[in-house]
Design a binder for this molecule. Sequence first.
Ligand code: ATP
Length: 564
Amino acid sequence: QAQRFRALLDLCKRRGFLFQSAEIHGGLRGAYDYGPLGVELKKNIAQSWWRRNVYFRDNVVGIDTSIVTPHNVLKASGHVDEFTDALVDCLLTKERFRPDKAPPINFKQDKGQSSGKISIHSPDKETAKLWEQKIQNELAPGAVVTRQGKEVLLHVKEMTTTTYGKQSGSIVLETTSGSNLTIPYHGYAEPATNSPFLTDERPFNLMFKTFLDPIDPIDRVIKTTIENNTSDARTIRDQVDNVLRPSTVYLRPETAQGVFINFNQVMRTMKTKLPFGIAQMGKSFRNEIRLEHAIFRTPEFEQLELEYFTAPWESSAWFQYWQKDRLAWWLEHANNKGDIRTRNHEADEMAHYAKGCMDVEYKFPWGWGEVEGVANRGNYDLTQHMKATGENFEVLEDKPDVSSHLKETALVTSVPQEPTRFVPTVIESSCGLNRALLAFLCDAFQQVQEPGKESRTVLKLHPRFAPVKCAIMPLTGNAEFQPYVEKVARSLRRQGLYTVIEAQKLRIGKRYYRHDEIGTPFCITVDHQTLEDQTVTIRDRDTAEQHRIPITDVSSIINEKIWG
Ligand code: ATP
């Protein structure tokens, strides 16, 4: 699986889907640029989402709100105080983890002894190799380190707690030269517990903070500290916070808050009535503790979010509707339906205000990972912004009723009999665009081995997602083919379909394979027969079958195949 994933990333780089950002300057961890094909794929996924959620409905509208968000908005929403992840430091390797992501490190004692082995368990052999190197090169050069599959073992001669209550001590390791190597450690709780080297958890705010201020905040901080002549860290922090607060802004950590604060503006301008939705796609930013698996977890990412506002008595029914509908979108576009599943959150996993939460998960090469969350957020967000601003987000229903869509649904709860005023409930679906792109790439990536031929790659992307929809190929360099090639290309381009002309002097079969590799679903060939009867061949990527069709039918046939 790891090797297959590497081959996929290699393809992404080689064929222009994904580049390491700022590579010529040494790159930046977690930052990626989308190349010419990546940008098409990303746009196509987003477009399919927008079509399904906005254009195909009467009651969903779009919005595009500012990324730079004032402190007050995110204070009211709870993000300033609560948008935190727990962080632990590994005292052995100096790396930082979310506790649930930390590799289990065990001290296995020999019976009744303080000697034994420290074992570090990694998710795969590659990671284990990295740990082995890190320990040998940085942490404990000379120590005896062995590796068994995914486990790295350090041989401990003795482990002592000098100050037991204060959780510190030293480990005496066996070395390759036979001498001893003593390394200090901290954070030791009890011998033989699971993680003797991971510090206590501490909260870590995930938002990127910055300042709208023509004066460099560092200069303000220096000035304040000098003027106040304070040496106590806590006091300095409070003073600095006060000085910087008026210019503090954040890069939004989700697109949703921009929707909530515009609730009244949208209702007013679009004359929307419950239930209705506001869709937004755009960038969000999180200062993640650990960046992982290429674009799976990055500091800068894109979200496709839909906030659907409902009357409270309909909220459970709409929550169920959106769980089904979002799963249906994922399944419709994936080849391997078994690699997509849903998972309901346990009560202790959810935000305190949430009434229910379901994740859509994809089976990535390293295991199941969240790609989308669907949540019943109650009316918490709107209420918080009302409290902070005095703006009234209540809706009046003169004759409370049940949406026609839900008449048969048992989940609708008691409908009030008289006019009712309330703050709407929000059902949210929040899909990570970059994670969707990665999941659909993993799903599509197939290495084909035909007898007697070199192995090759076919990217079986859904035709809607494929970056290039159609490649048009003159069979040879014969100049008479050219007007037909251009005619077909024009008819497709007018329909908004990304079409390329593939006129290189390569065998036609080679040209087909090059397009299979980037997922182009259809190749059109102009040949001698075209000159006689105005027909071309259309080749299907997945079946490799070819049919002759009239030139005038090309764009309608391809449109039909893509959109169904
Ligand atoms: P995780 O548990 O993986 O950190 P989350 O539960 O914090 O995700 P949400 O807040 O529900 O994520 O965000 C909605 C979606 O946004 C996620 O399902 C995911 O697809 C995407 N997403 C969140 N954080 C990132 C990130 N750092 N990089 C890429 N996509 C992300």
